[in-house]
Write a protein that binds this ligand. Structure first.
Ligand code: COA
Length: 220
């Protein structure tokens, strides 16, 4: 792997190159085939290379799975913001397609290296499974790949790619995903918005939480 200068998130060109290096590492970690009802085939791309067609397909999955949450937070034009975020320099997309229909995306995740609460992490931007493929442990296997990648990078990635773990944002009302992440050893980041106890005694949840998971120690 080529290493460039240290992480500088204001340098878009550099961030794109980091994305390409990270994609090379992801190739080593995410399996080529994920067996579900069919054998899904791995594809990897980066924000620097993603085609408008692929971007649209991925956006449609996000829309199908989570539009209600996004509309509540960002209003009806939420997708405009999301499309900009999806092109963020440094992002890597790992997605899986059925062999008979390489145009269909069964599941995907996207991530980049960044800082959360002052420490370097592998940040999960999205993880989605198409509704008809949900409940087949595809999400679990994507998340396991992300955790493995973070651990490998910390052990072998050199000074630049040494995330202490993974991080993500989850809508507080997405109770299924929130419970799932907690089970996967995620905890609230010190930088996360927190629940507030109102004077009435009621608990007010923030719109979203930031969660972090430290790489698991090698010899435990
Ligand atoms: C969250 C998501 C990625 C999980 O992927 P998945 O492939 O359906 O989930 P898996 O089959 O890998 O199951 C993961 C765990 O969730 C549990 N689970 C699956 N479907 C569930 C449901 N409907 N309700 C509660 N738990 C459920 C499984 O039992 C499993 O638990 P286990 O690890 O103890 O076996 C998927 O449901 C999804 O795309 N949801 C919409 C998008 C989303 O919310 N993404 C996260 C944004 S932060």
């Amino acid at each position: 792997m080529d290493y460039y200068d240290d992480l500088d998130e204001s340098d878009t060109e550099l961030q794109y190159r980091h994305g390409i290096s990270l994609a090379e590492e992801a190739l080593r970690v995410f399996p080529e085939i994920l067996a579900a009802s069919v054998s899904l085939q791995r594809q990897i791309t980066t924000a620097a290379e993603i085609s408008p067609e692929l971007l649209k397909k991925i956006a449609l999955i996000i829309d199908t799975n989570l539009a209600a949450f996004y509309v509540a937070r960002d209003g009806p034009r939420w997708m405009d913001l999301k499309l900009v975020e999806m092109k963020e320099a440094g992002l890597v997309y790992v997605y899986y397609t059925p062999p008979t229909d390489p145009d269909q995306i069964a599941c995907f995740l996207s991530f980049l290296i960044t800082y959360e609460s002052g420490v370097k992490v592998l940040y999960l931007y999205e993880v989605h499974v198409l509704q008809q493929f949900q409940g087949k442990r595809l999400g679990a296997r994507l998340l396991a790949g992300l955790h493995q990648l973070a651990t490998d990078l910390q052990q072998n990635g050199g000074a630049l790619y040494n995330p202490v773990g993974t991080a993500l944002t989850v809508f507080s009302d997405n109770t299924k995903a929130f419970a799932w992440y907690k089970k996967e050893k995620y905890i609230l980041s010190p930088g996360s918005p927190q629940d507030k106890r109102l004077r009435s005694g009621k608990l007010r949840k923030p719109e979203y939480y930031i969660m972090v998971r430290l790489n698991q120690a090698r010899f435990t």
